[in-house]
Design a protein around this ligand. Sequence first.
Ligand code: ATP
Length: 232
Amino acid sequence: MLALSGMTVRYGDRTVLHGVDVTVAGGELLAVLGANGSGKSTLLRAAASLVPVAAGRVTVDGRPCGRLDLALVFQRIHLVQRRSVLDNVCAGALGRLPLGASLFGFPRDVREEAMACLDRVGLADRAHDRAGSLSGGQQQRVAVARALCQRPRVVLADEPVSALDPAASEQVLALLAELAHVEGLAVLAVLHQPALAARHADRVVGLRDGRVVLDGPPDQPVDALYPTLEAA
Ligand SMILES: Nc1ncnc2c1ncn2[C@@H]1O[C@H](COP(=O)(O)OP(=O)(O)OP(=O)(O)O)[C@@H](O)[C@H]1O
């Protein structure tokens, strides 16, 4: 479903992605692994058109990727802390609502859909609490619900569990895998923990110096991606 082809990104005269090809099927959770600076976030940002691309194409089912095809989940959780959990999830629908539609509150159908998304992540009972009153792990699940409310085909998650404790990390990864497997979404997650990828991803892509150096089953050895302590 999602195909990144020949993705090349340069910062100044430095090339940080060298013609990277990555595909993610519908129903698949793909983990992207690699050492610091290997180009993982740049790849995700290039896929979302958040950085200029020197060459390459991003397609969804063979068509150029549209703004509404993709939903993003970031490491730092961007929720409006003083608004309710439900309002934050409703905001996922903004891209398809007419301008100003949310000025006097979100329409009832959007609120119902947002409640269903919250139910999906196990937080329907917190809908009317302030987002800021939830734990980090719960807020990341709200961010996933907001992404769902966008009705995307593809979810791109950039280190979604880096700030979470082990139990919350497992929960968020299991949720992303479930969205892929149950909703048929293509989910690409940049991760720093190979063990989490091995437990939850369907496939792993490894980057080194802006190139794909492995692509295969999630439980394959990935040590070669990371510098040893002596080399660091
Ligand atoms: N805005 C920028 N301007 C210049 N260079 C950048 C910029 N963003 C990233 N880079 C460089 O591009 C390379 C890849 O960075 P990127 O953030 O994609 O790596 P990463 O694999 O996600 O790293 P990390 O695991 O540390 O988050 C690095 O060498 C980084 O210094």
